[in-house]
Write a protein that binds this ligand. Structure first.
Ligand code: AMP
Ligand code: MG
Length: 272
């Protein structure tokens, strides 16, 4: 795997995204099958674990990882697989559900800002402020003249976070409509998966095309140099995990971090 392979999935700021031109089963960035891919992920996990420990120890960097996808797109599975083994002290997940009445009584970024990472932390947004240009747009929850201005707000908000020292990576998990059908059916067929099934997901599926259009607008309007989007082929879970894990590990590597020295001089110190 090479860095240039990852660049394949990065949305160049200013480009117009057409999801129908991106194959959800693309596999160009890794030569090998599922078994090879899962093995490669293990190695990436171990590398990531060490780098995250270093990041936590150093306490200087902040990393925000945004995950967006359609229902069953694999956000939960990605978090489980990619963050396997990391030190929970330095990693948090913030999930964004339907806003509460208190949240709805404020601007849409009000609930988001307290969740961003502090020094040494990685925060994963499982859904995010982007819901406010996705579900909100598809269901006309606010008028177009309001949601259409939000792309600009979001870019400026993320620019502020980046200016103040937060690295931002955004992943859109790209699955096909057929794959969603299979995943919904699998949830229905397995009682242990019923808790993940919602009749609402079937209603949302009827808006598939509107969602694809909303995702395309999001990717087109908000992939920036300071907070780029990656569209990750996600029909194959192992490939999705390997790509995201590798991009994260490479990002931490690029931080070029150092374990902090002890504040005391430890030369000659003996443990009796
Ligand atoms: P889940 O992630 O499956 O638990 O579902 C969370 C639900 O909350 C999804 O249906 C989202 O579309 C919905 N949701 C998240 N953020 C918002 C928002 N800002 N406005 C309306 N619905 C939202
Ligand atoms: Mg759901």
């Amino acid at each position: 795997m090479t860095d240039s392979a990852f660049q394949r999935y990065r949305i160049e700021p200013g480009s117009v995204v057409s999801l129908s031109e991106i194959d959800p089963r693309d596999g160009v960035a890794f030569e090998g099958d599922k078994d090879d891919g899962r093995k490669a992920l293990k190695a990436v996990n171990r590398r990531f674990e060490e780098l995250q420990e270093l990041m936590f120890a150093e306490g200087r960097r902040r990393l925000l990882v945004v995950l967006q996808a359609t229902d069953t797109g694999g956000k939960d599975g990605t978090i489980r697989q990619v963050f396997d083994g990391v030190n929970p002290q330095g990693v948090k997940v913030a999930s964004f559900k339907r806003p509460t009445s208190a949240e709805l009584a404020h601007d849409y970024l009000w609930r988001v800002h307290p969740g961003v990472p502090g020094n040494g932390e990685i925060v994963i947004f499982n859904r995010s402020h982007y819901e406010d240009v996705l579900v909100v747009r598809v269901h006309d929850l606010v008028p177009e003249e309001r949601w259409s201005r939000r792309y600009r707000h979001i870019n400026e908000f993320e620019r502020m976070l980046a200016d103040e020292g937060t690295t931002i990576l955004k992943f859109f998990l790209h699955i096909s409509k057929d794959e969603q059908k299979e995943r919904l059916q699998a949830r229905l067929d397995n009682p242990a998966k019923h808790w993940k099934f919602s009749l609402g997901d079937l209603a949302e599926r009827e808006h598939w095309d509107d969602y694809q259009a909303a995702f395309e607008a999001m990717l087109t309007e908000t992939s920036t140099d300071w907070a780029p989007w990656y569209v990750v082929p996600a029909d194959r879970k192992w490939y999705r995990d390997l790509m995201i894990g590798s991009i994260l590990a490479n990002t931490l590597e690029s931080f070029d971090m150092q374990f902090p020295p002890n504040e005391d001089d430890l030369t000659g110190v003996v443990v009796e």
